[in-house]
Write a new protein. Structure first.
Ligand code: 13P
Length: 258
């Protein structure tokens, strides 16, 4: 069974809701039916943009999936500043990023919290994009695969094989995020193959075959095709280059030569 690639744009804390509407509209002018047939596309604006973007996608019948960058694991409660999975599902959010390295490093998210979020996102009927990745010192110490495998196992604890098979994992080496440094296609392949093997050991071969594994970290129009050519790379989680609709559409259209 071939896995359909998923290219996701994580806008992080960029674009207010006016800018978001313009960006989505421009992107939609550049993408064609053939692009959507070849690749699933999601965009992950800040929370304050979600309703506006949802309205545009809906009104103009744009087949881009709406994504969120983060959520809490409880349905509701006294959690000032947080947003619940049910609130996101109500806005037709399809994908939610869980455990981005910026959430882990800057906001103290632990493997256990990421695991709770993954389960809550699934329970609300959405698809988690669960991120794993190593710091530069971990890569230099040769513990990359150990590190990401342990994040993966912890994040998937208690998730059923069927659910794992339908979710998304993003391998984002932290030293490659926003730095202009990209993992080589070989390195990305090695780590993504390890992640797939760990999924197989944890929940079985069928889930390992189905799960989509994205690479993220300085993905650009010029390096997407060679990353996507790797057997175990099923998509890209794009930060900086997804803010500009010209760049992001060229990434989505990597099969046409960037
Ligand atoms: P950059 O593409 O800006 O390196 O960001 C990657 C990322 O963190 C996407 O989630």
């Amino acid at each position: 069974m071939a896995r359909k690639p998923l290219i996701s744009g994580n806008w992080k804390m960029h674009h207010n809701h006016f800018e978001a509407i313009q960006t989505v509209q421009k992107l939609s002018y550049q993408l064609t039916g053939a692009d959507y047939d070849a690749v699933d596309v999601s965009i992950h604006p800040p929370f304050t943009d979600l309703r506006s973007v949802q309205t545009v996608l809906d009104a103009d019948e744009i087949p881009i999936a709406l994504g969120a960058q983060h959520c809490h694991w409880e349905d509701k409660g006294a959690f000032t500043g947080e947003v619940s999975p049910l609130m996101l599902a109500k806005l037709d959010v399809a994908y939610v990023i869980a455990g981005h390295s910026e959430r882990r490093d800057l906001f103290g998210e632990t493997d256990e919290m990421v695991n709770r979020k993954v389960k809550a996102i699934l329970a609300a009927g959405m698809t988690p994009i669960m991120c794993v990745g190593e710091h530069l010192d971990e890569r230099e110490a040769g513990v990359t695969e150990e590190r990401v495998s342990s994040q993966l196992r912890a994040g998937l604890a208690g998730v059923s094989p069927e659910q794992v098979g339908a979710m998304v994992i993003a391998y984002e080496p932290i030293w490659a995020i926003g730095t202009g440094r990209t993992a080589t296609p070989d390195d990305a392949q090695t780590v993504c193959a390890t992640l797939r093997k760990v999924v197989g050991e944890a929940v079985g071969a069928e889930a390992a075959e189905g799960v989509r594994i994205q690479y993220g970290g300085s993905v650009k129009p010029t390096n997407t095709a060679e990353l996507m050519a790797q057997d175990d790379v099923d998509g890209a989680l794009v930060g900086g280059a997804s803010l500009d609709p010209d760049n992001f559409s060229r990434i989505v259209q990597y099969r046409l030569g960037g």
